[in-house]
Design a protein around this ligand. Structure first.
Ligand code: GAF
Length: 386
């Protein structure tokens, strides 16, 4: 049993005065490539990371859900029969929202017992690594087991997304929850967000002597408001003007017509989605045929597209990526929704320290915030630990 789980069994006993009935966990994610394509019914290639959120849960003999965490003193408490988005506030909406989403999706919670829930997270918050999906997925698997719902991992990912969209209010796609639910060691999750079919893709990082360096800009972002919502609206506007239901239906062959029909800004938003979808598919093919050392140009092109066309990067991220590549990274790009958060660089293990030093020095010389640098490995998705 891992150390975080043992710590949580003891913390639960301290918080609630008894042993938990089980411990479940779910990881954060890095998106290797495919940004803002998910809600456009396109392609994504994320992987689950080795930083997890853990939920220790104990059954109660009433219908109350009581939520505590190791990171704040705030306690939330709500009866299953009173679950409603407007009854939830703060971070506990990620937990209670999942219970509400199950009911909203038509699952019968009439016989469900109340629960005491203690959450701990080692997924950095605000770093663009899906700390929210990790909470949603950890409690989704716990509810699924304790309430005997028998839902598949993909169904649970969909429930997590409903919680995020309707209870938390962030208009996001399925990327984060799918990665957290379906991740596998050493693999990416190639997800078609139209059919919602997912396929594991071997990444071969270790065999190739490569590591994934996360460069957290420490510029915090928010997806319920602002730029994320704005980009989503631009995509919908672009699709409507091009006469398609979703941008997934467009290919690079449609870009000439798009440039004639759309205003410059909308055109560039659309071009990002169309070219990004093509890059995801190409990355999957390249990984298979040439291995991870061959995907650098695709990662760099994705970064340029997010910077110039979709305009979701920040100077800290642009400089970190450019510096990493100039000092030997295979490729580097922002990961996640943008406007802050993290970028990733695929780096040869023996060059990592030099790349880290160069990135830190470049950001400091530019008078930008010092990044947090750490490595992650592609890991297993949500599971029951005990
Ligand atoms: C955030 C969202 F939650 C995802 O659904 C996805 O849109 C991503 O930004 C951008 O690719 O993580």
């Amino acid at each position: 049993m891992n150390e975080q789980v043992t710590v949580m069994e003891n913390a639960f006993a301290q918080a609630f005065g008894r042993r938990p009935d089980g411990v479940w966990s779910a990881p954060g994610r890095v998106n290797l490539i495919g940004e803002h394509t998910d809600y456009n019914h396109g392609f994504v290639l994320p992987f689950a990371i080795d930083r997890r959120t853990v939920a220790a849960v104990g059954l109660r003999d009433d219908r109350v859900l009581r939520v505590r965490s190791t990171f704040t003193d705030e306690e939330a408490s709500l009866a299953i029969d009173d679950l409603a988005p407007q009854a939830m506030a703060g971070w506990s909406a990620y937990v209670l929202g999942v219970a509400w989403a199950l009911a909203d999706a038509g699952h019968d919670l009439a016989g469900a017992s109340g629960l005491d829930i203690l959450i701990d997270s080692r997924v950095p918050v605000g770093a663009g690594l899906s700390s929210s999906a990790a909470i949603e997925c950890a409690v989704a698997v716990a509810f699924n087991d304790l309430w005997e719902l028998d839902l598949s991992p993909l169904d649970l990912a969909r429930i997590g997304r409903i919680a995020e969209n309707k209870a938390v209010g962030a208009p996001t796609g399925l990327l984060d929850q799918a990665a957290s639910m379906l991740g596998r060691e050493d693999h990416g999750v190639f997800l078609d967000c139209d059919t919602e079919e997912a396929e594991p893709v071997a990444l071969h990082l270790r065999e190739e002597g490569l590591e994934i360096l996360v460069m957290d800009s420490r510029v915090e972002h928010e997806h319920a408001t602002g730029g994320y919502r704005d980009r989503r609206e631009s995509c919908e506007k672009g699709a409507a003007a091009m006469g398609v239901a979703t941008l997934r239906e467009l290919s690079e062959a449609d870009l000439d017509r798009a440039s004639a029909v759309l205003d410059d800004e909308t055109y560039r938003r659309v071009r990002h989605i169309v070219t990004e979808n093509a890059r995801v598919v190409e990355t999957v093919r390249t990984l298979d045929e040439g291995g991870p050392r061959a995907i650098g140009a695709l990662l760099d092109a994705s970064q340029a597209s997010m910077r110039d066309d979709f305009e979701i990067t920040v100077p800290e991220i642009d400089l970190a990526c450019a510096t990493a590549v100039a000092h030997g990274a295979i490729g580097a790009r922002m990961t996640g929704g943008g406007f802050g958060g993290s970028s990733i660089a695929v780096v040869p293990a023996d060059a990592r320290e030099a790349i880290e030093a160069a990135v830190t020095a470049a950001l400091s010389a530019a008078g930008l915030r010092e990044p947090h640098l750490f490595t992650v490995t592609p890991s297993q998705g949500a599971r029951r630990d005990v």
